[in-house]
Design a protein around this ligand. Structure first.
Ligand SMILES: O=P(O)(O)OC[C@H]1O[C@H](O[C@H]2O[C@H](CO)[C@@H](O)[C@H](O)[C@H]2O)[C@H](O)[C@@H](O)[C@@H]1O
Length: 273
């Protein structure tokens, strides 16, 4: 990609090999909103959800970017806000959690919106029984959704999806949907996605009126890639070259280095280095 100080870099079907240096990407931090997926983007993937690790320096980078964007940085995750806070403790960041089920506009405040009621108890009980079909299947209960993780039991993928389909077929009118992720099958209420969460976030200060750039790695992040043009924003995929994105990172390590460079630009304007 050539040097470009305009955020509206045209989307191409072939994402560029490298992400432009921050200075050529973002003209002014006070004009942008930085939206970041967590697992597989900010953090390296781990064998189980509890084993993720926040590397040294990342919180400092995020705090600097928060400061320099006047608070317009948010984590956009499939994890619940509660889980996000435990991972990044003692830091508390603005966030869209639970694939759009929850939203918090400012760190340190309560959730500003919770879109989803708890998943029906009996349904959860039936879905949870799937874990008994193979050792290594892990359950993650987010209240409004239930995730069945099979990273430690990859052979169980087929049976998990078959069983989930069977249970769903018995509940034809239930307002639920199945969300596939990385070695995870999540059953959640229909009607909200990461994209709906980001749209809601972008309606409020300090995000409203800014140009977002979003970095994400998973299938669930594609809903956000798709809406970035609506905000004259940019999207970047991690680990794979997603179609329609403006750039690509090989691994979370590269995302962290990019953000550290952005945070360390030393001025509020990073148009020139
Ligand atoms: O939207 P994200 O922030 O990327 O969250 C997506 C899911 O992340 C977690 O699961 C994934 O990461 C785990 C730790 O690396 C890994 O063990 C698992 O296989 C991945 O699916 C989290 O547990 C889920 O709730 C999130 O939806």
């Amino acid at each position: 990609m050539s040097e470009n100080t305009d955020l509206t870099v045209p989307a191409t079907s072939e994402p560029p090999e490298i992400v432009p240096a921050p200075a050529s990407l973002v003209p002014h931090l006070h004009e942008v909103a930085i939206l970041l997926d967590i697992d597989g983007t900010l953090l390296d993937l781990a064998p189980t959800p509890r084993e993720v690790w926040v590397p040294p320096g990342l919180a400092e980078t995020l705090n600097l970017l928060l400061q320099r964007t006047s608070g317009a940085l948010a984590l956009v995750s499939g994890r619940s806000l509660n889980d996000i806070d435990l991972i990044f403790a003692p830091e508390v960041y603005p966030a869209v959690g639970g694939h759009g089920a929850e939203m918090r506009l400012a760190g340190g405040s309560e959730a500003d919106a919770v879109k989803a009621p708890p998943l029906d108890k009996e349904l959860k009980r039936r879905l949870a029984a799937i874990a008994r079909l193979s050792p290594g299947i892990l359950l993650e209960d987010k209240g409004y959704s239930l995730a069945l993780h099979y990273r430690l039991a990859p052979q169980a993928e087929k049976v998990i999806y078959e069983e989930v389909s069977r249970i769903r077929a018995e509940l034809p009118g239930a307002p639920i949907e199945v969300l596939p992720g990385k070695c995870v099958c999540e059953i959640k209420h229909a009607g909200f996605t990461k994209a709906s969460g980001v749209r809601e976030l972008m309606r409020h200060a300090p995000f409203a009126g800014r140009r977002p750039f979003f970095i994400g790695d998973d299938v669930t992040d594609e809903t956000v890639f798709a809406i970035m043009p609506d905000f004259a924003g940019l999207s970047f995929s991690v680990g794979r070259r997603a179609l329609g994105v403006d750039g690509h990172f090989d691994a979370p390590d590269d995302v962290r280095a990019f953000l550290a460079q952005l945070a360390g630009s030393g001025t509020n304007s990073i148009a020139s280095r």
